[in-house]
Design a protein. Structure first.
Length: 339
Protein backbone atom coordinates (compact mmCIF):
# COMPACT_ATOMS: atom_id res chain seq x y z
CA UNK A 1 0.00 0.00 0.00
CA UNK A 2 1.25 3.48 -0.82
CA UNK A 3 0.56 6.58 1.21
CA UNK A 4 -0.65 9.64 -0.63
CA UNK A 5 -3.26 11.84 1.06
CA UNK A 6 -6.76 11.83 -0.39
CA UNK A 7 -9.06 14.80 0.04
CA UNK A 8 -12.32 12.95 -0.59
CA UNK A 9 -14.37 11.68 2.34
CA UNK A 10 -14.50 7.86 2.31
CA UNK A 11 -17.95 6.32 1.86
CA UNK A 12 -17.29 4.07 4.87
CA UNK A 13 -17.69 7.04 7.24
CA UNK A 14 -21.32 7.54 6.23
CA UNK A 15 -22.01 3.79 6.30
CA UNK A 16 -20.71 3.40 9.81
CA UNK A 17 -22.65 6.40 11.05
CA UNK A 18 -25.87 4.87 9.77
CA UNK A 19 -25.05 1.49 11.34
CA UNK A 20 -24.38 2.79 14.84
CA UNK A 21 -26.91 5.62 14.98
CA UNK A 22 -29.87 3.69 16.42
CA UNK A 23 -27.76 1.96 19.08
CA UNK A 24 -26.13 5.26 20.01
CA UNK A 25 -29.50 6.98 20.31
CA UNK A 26 -30.89 4.12 22.41
CA UNK A 27 -27.92 4.39 24.77
CA UNK A 28 -28.38 8.15 25.24
CA UNK A 29 -32.12 7.55 25.69
CA UNK A 30 -31.39 5.62 28.89
CA UNK A 31 -30.41 8.85 30.61
CA UNK A 32 -32.55 11.33 32.49
CA UNK A 33 -34.36 13.40 29.81
CA UNK A 34 -32.78 16.80 30.44
CA UNK A 35 -29.27 15.31 30.46
CA UNK A 36 -30.08 13.26 27.36
CA UNK A 37 -31.13 16.53 25.71
CA UNK A 38 -27.78 18.16 26.45
CA UNK A 39 -25.95 15.18 24.96
CA UNK A 40 -28.25 15.10 21.93
CA UNK A 41 -27.32 18.74 21.36
CA UNK A 42 -23.60 17.97 21.61
CA UNK A 43 -23.92 15.04 19.22
CA UNK A 44 -25.63 17.26 16.66
CA UNK A 45 -29.05 15.60 16.81
CA UNK A 46 -30.91 18.56 18.29
CA UNK A 47 -30.56 22.32 18.52
CA UNK A 48 -30.40 24.25 21.78
CA UNK A 49 -34.20 24.35 21.98
CA UNK A 50 -34.51 20.58 21.61
CA UNK A 51 -35.66 20.59 17.98
CA UNK A 52 -34.35 17.78 15.78
CA UNK A 53 -31.72 18.73 13.22
CA UNK A 54 -30.46 16.76 10.27
CA UNK A 55 -26.72 17.29 10.51
CA UNK A 56 -23.88 14.83 11.18
CA UNK A 57 -22.19 15.48 14.51
CA UNK A 58 -18.62 14.56 13.59
CA UNK A 59 -16.26 12.72 11.27
CA UNK A 60 -16.99 9.23 12.73
CA UNK A 61 -13.41 8.08 12.15
CA UNK A 62 -13.22 6.02 15.35
CA UNK A 63 -16.43 3.98 14.96
CA UNK A 64 -15.64 3.43 11.30
CA UNK A 65 -12.28 1.93 12.21
CA UNK A 66 -13.99 -0.41 14.67
CA UNK A 67 -16.48 -1.72 12.12
CA UNK A 68 -13.90 -2.09 9.37
CA UNK A 69 -11.35 -3.87 11.55
CA UNK A 70 -14.01 -6.41 12.54
CA UNK A 71 -14.61 -7.12 8.86
CA UNK A 72 -10.86 -7.20 8.15
CA UNK A 73 -10.41 -10.19 10.50
CA UNK A 74 -13.36 -12.08 9.01
CA UNK A 75 -16.12 -10.89 11.35
CA UNK A 76 -19.27 -8.90 10.67
CA UNK A 77 -19.55 -5.16 11.13
CA UNK A 78 -22.72 -5.75 13.16
CA UNK A 79 -20.73 -7.75 15.73
CA UNK A 80 -18.57 -4.71 16.42
CA UNK A 81 -21.38 -2.15 16.79
CA UNK A 82 -21.19 -2.16 20.64
CA UNK A 83 -17.48 -1.37 20.40
CA UNK A 84 -18.05 1.38 17.84
CA UNK A 85 -20.77 2.95 19.97
CA UNK A 86 -18.67 2.72 23.14
CA UNK A 87 -15.75 4.41 21.35
CA UNK A 88 -17.99 7.21 20.14
CA UNK A 89 -19.35 7.74 23.65
CA UNK A 90 -15.89 7.89 25.25
CA UNK A 91 -14.58 10.17 22.51
CA UNK A 92 -17.46 12.58 23.05
CA UNK A 93 -17.02 12.45 26.82
CA UNK A 94 -13.48 13.69 26.21
CA UNK A 95 -14.65 16.45 23.86
CA UNK A 96 -17.23 17.80 26.30
CA UNK A 97 -14.70 17.91 29.13
CA UNK A 98 -11.86 19.21 26.93
CA UNK A 99 -13.97 22.14 25.77
CA UNK A 100 -14.63 23.06 29.39
CA UNK A 101 -11.00 22.70 30.49
CA UNK A 102 -9.70 24.62 27.47
CA UNK A 103 -12.35 27.32 27.67
CA UNK A 104 -13.40 26.67 24.07
CA UNK A 105 -16.76 28.29 23.40
CA UNK A 106 -17.35 26.92 19.90
CA UNK A 107 -17.25 23.48 18.26
CA UNK A 108 -18.59 22.49 14.83
CA UNK A 109 -19.89 26.04 14.27
CA UNK A 110 -22.05 25.94 17.42
CA UNK A 111 -21.62 26.89 21.09
CA UNK A 112 -19.99 24.17 23.18
CA UNK A 113 -21.97 22.39 25.89
CA UNK A 114 -20.45 24.30 28.79
CA UNK A 115 -20.82 27.64 27.00
CA UNK A 116 -24.52 27.02 26.37
CA UNK A 117 -25.68 24.96 29.34
CA UNK A 118 -23.07 25.73 32.00
CA UNK A 119 -20.03 23.99 33.49
CA UNK A 120 -21.97 21.69 35.80
CA UNK A 121 -24.08 20.31 32.96
CA UNK A 122 -20.95 19.76 30.88
CA UNK A 123 -19.31 17.76 33.67
CA UNK A 124 -22.43 15.63 34.14
CA UNK A 125 -22.84 15.08 30.42
CA UNK A 126 -19.23 13.92 30.06
CA UNK A 127 -19.53 11.61 33.07
CA UNK A 128 -22.73 10.11 31.67
CA UNK A 129 -21.16 9.49 28.27
CA UNK A 130 -18.23 7.65 29.87
CA UNK A 131 -20.48 5.47 32.01
CA UNK A 132 -22.75 4.65 29.08
CA UNK A 133 -19.77 3.42 27.06
CA UNK A 134 -19.05 0.62 29.52
CA UNK A 135 -22.73 -0.24 29.89
CA UNK A 136 -22.98 -0.74 26.12
CA UNK A 137 -19.93 -3.04 26.01
CA UNK A 138 -20.86 -5.05 29.08
CA UNK A 139 -24.41 -5.53 27.81
CA UNK A 140 -22.86 -7.75 25.12
CA UNK A 141 -22.45 -10.26 27.95
CA UNK A 142 -19.83 -12.55 26.42
CA UNK A 143 -16.07 -12.89 26.88
CA UNK A 144 -15.26 -10.70 23.88
CA UNK A 145 -17.35 -7.91 25.42
CA UNK A 146 -15.39 -8.14 28.67
CA UNK A 147 -12.08 -8.19 26.79
CA UNK A 148 -13.23 -5.16 24.81
CA UNK A 149 -14.16 -3.36 28.04
CA UNK A 150 -10.65 -3.94 29.41
CA UNK A 151 -9.17 -2.61 26.16
CA UNK A 152 -11.34 0.50 26.40
CA UNK A 153 -10.44 1.01 30.07
CA UNK A 154 -6.71 0.96 29.32
CA UNK A 155 -7.14 3.34 26.39
CA UNK A 156 -9.28 5.76 28.39
CA UNK A 157 -6.64 5.90 31.13
CA UNK A 158 -3.99 6.62 28.48
CA UNK A 159 -6.18 9.35 27.00
CA UNK A 160 -6.63 10.96 30.43
CA UNK A 161 -2.86 10.73 30.96
CA UNK A 162 -2.37 12.61 27.71
CA UNK A 163 -4.87 15.28 28.74
CA UNK A 164 -3.01 15.70 32.03
CA UNK A 165 0.28 16.07 30.16
CA UNK A 166 -1.31 18.61 27.83
CA UNK A 167 -2.49 20.69 30.78
CA UNK A 168 0.95 20.50 32.40
CA UNK A 169 2.52 21.80 29.18
CA UNK A 170 0.43 24.99 29.37
CA UNK A 171 2.65 26.39 32.12
CA UNK A 172 5.92 25.31 30.49
CA UNK A 173 8.05 26.84 27.74
CA UNK A 174 10.63 24.03 27.72
CA UNK A 175 8.38 21.31 26.23
CA UNK A 176 10.36 19.18 23.76
CA UNK A 177 9.24 17.66 20.47
CA UNK A 178 9.59 14.15 21.93
CA UNK A 179 7.40 15.09 24.89
CA UNK A 180 4.64 16.53 22.75
CA UNK A 181 4.71 13.51 20.43
CA UNK A 182 4.33 11.19 23.44
CA UNK A 183 1.46 13.33 24.66
CA UNK A 184 -0.22 12.99 21.24
CA UNK A 185 0.23 9.22 21.40
CA UNK A 186 -1.54 9.19 24.75
CA UNK A 187 -4.22 11.84 24.21
CA UNK A 188 -5.25 10.94 20.67
CA UNK A 189 -3.38 7.82 19.59
CA UNK A 190 -4.56 5.60 22.45
CA UNK A 191 -8.27 5.93 21.70
CA UNK A 192 -7.85 5.50 17.94
CA UNK A 193 -5.61 2.47 18.58
CA UNK A 194 -8.39 1.14 20.80
CA UNK A 195 -10.96 1.73 18.06
CA UNK A 196 -8.99 -0.52 15.72
CA UNK A 197 -8.29 -3.16 18.38
CA UNK A 198 -11.93 -3.32 19.53
CA UNK A 199 -13.15 -4.28 16.07
CA UNK A 200 -10.54 -7.04 15.83
CA UNK A 201 -11.50 -8.34 19.29
CA UNK A 202 -15.26 -8.30 18.66
CA UNK A 203 -14.77 -9.67 15.13
CA UNK A 204 -12.89 -12.74 16.42
CA UNK A 205 -9.37 -11.79 15.30
CA UNK A 206 -6.32 -13.58 16.66
CA UNK A 207 -3.76 -11.94 18.96
CA UNK A 208 -1.45 -11.05 16.08
CA UNK A 209 -4.23 -9.32 14.15
CA UNK A 210 -5.38 -7.41 17.24
CA UNK A 211 -1.81 -6.22 17.89
CA UNK A 212 -1.24 -5.20 14.26
CA UNK A 213 -4.51 -3.28 14.08
CA UNK A 214 -3.83 -1.61 17.42
CA UNK A 215 -0.47 -0.43 16.04
CA UNK A 216 -2.21 0.78 12.87
CA UNK A 217 -4.65 2.81 14.96
CA UNK A 218 -1.91 4.27 17.13
CA UNK A 219 -0.06 5.64 14.10
CA UNK A 220 -3.31 6.93 12.57
CA UNK A 221 -3.99 8.70 15.86
CA UNK A 222 -0.67 10.54 15.90
CA UNK A 223 -1.13 11.53 12.24
CA UNK A 224 -4.66 12.69 13.08
CA UNK A 225 -3.35 14.92 15.88
CA UNK A 226 -0.58 16.37 13.73
CA UNK A 227 -3.17 17.44 11.15
CA UNK A 228 -5.49 18.75 13.89
CA UNK A 229 -2.67 20.87 15.29
CA UNK A 230 -2.01 22.40 11.88
CA UNK A 231 -5.72 23.13 11.42
CA UNK A 232 -5.87 24.63 14.92
CA UNK A 233 -3.56 27.40 13.69
CA UNK A 234 -3.93 27.61 9.91
CA UNK A 235 -7.37 26.04 9.34
CA UNK A 236 -10.18 28.08 7.80
CA UNK A 237 -12.74 28.94 10.52
CA UNK A 238 -15.69 28.34 8.19
CA UNK A 239 -14.40 24.79 7.65
CA UNK A 240 -13.00 23.85 11.07
CA UNK A 241 -15.77 25.44 13.11
CA UNK A 242 -13.23 27.16 15.38
CA UNK A 243 -11.89 30.74 15.45
CA UNK A 244 -8.80 31.51 13.36
CA UNK A 245 -5.51 30.52 15.03
CA UNK A 246 -7.44 29.50 18.14
CA UNK A 247 -4.75 27.14 19.47
CA UNK A 248 -2.03 29.78 19.03
CA UNK A 249 -4.08 32.50 20.72
CA UNK A 250 -4.56 30.21 23.74
CA UNK A 251 -0.84 29.32 23.98
CA UNK A 252 -1.50 25.61 23.54
CA UNK A 253 1.73 23.62 23.23
CA UNK A 254 0.71 21.89 20.04
CA UNK A 255 3.17 20.24 17.67
CA UNK A 256 3.90 23.32 15.50
CA UNK A 257 4.25 25.58 18.54
CA UNK A 258 6.71 23.25 20.28
CA UNK A 259 8.67 22.86 17.04
CA UNK A 260 8.96 26.65 16.66
CA UNK A 261 10.15 26.94 20.28
CA UNK A 262 13.31 25.18 19.09
CA UNK A 263 13.59 27.35 15.97
CA UNK A 264 15.60 30.46 15.05
CA UNK A 265 13.24 32.90 16.82
CA UNK A 266 12.71 30.72 19.88
CA UNK A 267 13.54 33.46 22.40
CA UNK A 268 11.09 35.96 20.95
CA UNK A 269 8.41 33.30 20.55
CA UNK A 270 8.87 32.04 24.12
CA UNK A 271 8.48 35.61 25.36
CA UNK A 272 5.19 36.00 23.49
CA UNK A 273 3.89 32.73 24.91
CA UNK A 274 4.89 33.68 28.45
CA UNK A 275 2.48 36.61 28.45
CA UNK A 276 -1.31 36.62 28.36
CA UNK A 277 -3.34 35.57 25.34
CA UNK A 278 -1.90 36.75 22.04
CA UNK A 279 -3.45 39.99 20.84
CA UNK A 280 -4.61 40.60 17.29
CA UNK A 281 -1.56 42.83 16.85
CA UNK A 282 0.88 40.09 17.95
CA UNK A 283 -0.69 37.29 15.96
CA UNK A 284 0.87 38.10 12.54
CA UNK A 285 4.37 38.06 14.03
CA UNK A 286 3.70 34.77 15.81
CA UNK A 287 2.59 33.25 12.51
CA UNK A 288 5.75 34.60 10.82
CA UNK A 289 7.87 32.85 13.47
CA UNK A 290 6.06 29.56 12.88
CA UNK A 291 6.54 29.84 9.12
CA UNK A 292 10.22 30.78 9.46
CA UNK A 293 10.79 27.72 11.65
CA UNK A 294 9.11 25.46 9.05
CA UNK A 295 6.73 24.22 11.71
CA UNK A 296 3.77 23.60 9.43
CA UNK A 297 5.93 21.52 7.06
CA UNK A 298 7.44 19.61 9.98
CA UNK A 299 3.94 18.67 11.18
CA UNK A 300 3.05 17.52 7.67
CA UNK A 301 6.14 15.32 7.68
CA UNK A 302 5.15 13.85 11.08
CA UNK A 303 1.71 13.03 9.71
CA UNK A 304 3.12 11.46 6.55
CA UNK A 305 5.64 9.39 8.52
CA UNK A 306 2.97 7.96 10.79
CA UNK A 307 0.68 7.39 7.83
CA UNK A 308 3.40 5.25 6.26
CA UNK A 309 3.83 3.32 9.51
CA UNK A 310 0.07 2.80 9.80
CA UNK A 311 -0.13 1.40 6.28
CA UNK A 312 2.87 -0.85 6.95
CA UNK A 313 1.07 -2.28 10.00
CA UNK A 314 -1.77 -3.44 7.73
CA UNK A 315 0.59 -5.41 5.49
CA UNK A 316 1.37 -8.99 6.40
CA UNK A 317 -1.43 -9.26 8.98
CA UNK A 318 -3.59 -11.70 7.00
CA UNK A 319 -6.47 -9.23 6.71
CA UNK A 320 -9.35 -9.34 4.26
CA UNK A 321 -8.33 -7.24 1.27
CA UNK A 322 -11.51 -5.17 0.88
CA UNK A 323 -11.81 -3.92 4.48
CA UNK A 324 -8.03 -3.48 4.73
CA UNK A 325 -8.15 -1.24 1.67
CA UNK A 326 -10.91 0.82 3.27
CA UNK A 327 -8.82 1.14 6.43
CA UNK A 328 -5.98 2.48 4.29
CA UNK A 329 -8.40 4.97 2.71
CA UNK A 330 -9.41 6.20 6.19
CA UNK A 331 -5.74 6.68 7.12
CA UNK A 332 -5.09 8.70 3.95
CA UNK A 333 -8.22 10.77 4.54
CA UNK A 334 -7.03 11.61 8.07
CA UNK A 335 -3.82 13.10 6.65
CA UNK A 336 -5.41 14.85 3.65
CA UNK A 337 -8.45 16.42 5.32
CA UNK A 338 -8.95 20.15 5.90
CA UNK A 339 -11.50 19.91 8.75
Amino acid sequence: MSGGPAATVPDSLARSRALIQRVLQNAVGRLEPSLAGVIAYHLGWRDQDGNEVDKPGGKSVRPTLTLLTAESVGGRAEDAVPGAVALELVHNFSLVHDDLMDGDRERRHRPTVWALFGSAEAILAGDALAALAYAVLLDAGDESGRTAARELTDATLEMIRGQSEDMDFESRIDVTEDEVLRMCAHKTGALIACAAALGAILGGGDDGQVAALRAFGSHVGIAFQAVDDVLGIWGAPDVTGKPAASDLRQHKKTLPVVHALAGPDAGEFAGMLSEGSLSDAELPRALEILEAAGSRQWCAEVAERHLAQALAALDGSDLAAGPAGELADIARFVVGRDF
